[in-house]
Design a protein around this ligand. Sequence first.
Ligand code: ADP
Length: 251
Amino acid sequence: MVRFTNVRKSYGPLVVLDDLNLDVAEGEMVSIIGPSGSGKTTVLRMLMTLETINGGCIYVDGKPLTHMPKNDKLVLANTRYLRERRADIGMCFQHFNLFPHMTALQNCMEGPVQVLGLSKTEARERSEELLELVGMIDKKDQHPSRLSGGQQQRVAIARALAMRPKVMLFDEVTSALDPEVIGEVTNVIRALVSQHKLTMLMVTHQMGFARDISDRVCFFYGGKIEEQGPPADLFGNPQKERTQKFLSAVS
Ligand code: ADP
């Protein structure tokens, strides 16, 4: 579903991703862990086409992200093509970025109506189903300022899902939350993994959570995947010295 082939990204002289190869299968949940500055967020930003790339290619569902096929060649993607590719991807950030002047329900309905062209009735039905899924249906008419951080994050997850993305990205979604509400957000993600089998890529600092729910964990170091594997192997028996050092420092 997602493929990075020899992807390079630099900011001036700083190489942030160095020949990155990463595949995520359909329905797979992959967690990215690693020290600050190792390129984790850049991977997600590139999938959202918020960053240009300096080399290699990224494919989502077999389609290249930055280039499009034309007359048997690949040419630079135009705006329409990019917009279609972006619709395949949903993202939740550390800061929820809900529209403050809209209710929880309106936040979820906005994309389906404005971008996908759904009728208001269809969008409302879909949004209510998702607000139910994340346990926020009782608060559907509240504005974000009346909701706790955990509740806002759950609405943000419902809003992203309302676009029916093929891939969901989670970037440190619990980092800005008070400890007592982290569980309500991780439980929603846990339910998505066990019941909905979405393809997901998650950057997290919560090692216990990554260990619990991931099919695979990638340890990033210096813009490369230093080590990857099933959580039981990576956390239980890390092979590389850098992985061992990192895990003993954070646990
Ligand atoms: P992580 O998510 O692992 O903490 P990032 O992907 O955010 O790492 O950043 C990787 C590196 O790229 C860091 O050294 C960071 O300072 C640098 N970086 C990120 N965004 C920019 C930018 N817009 N301009 C310059 N450097 C950047």
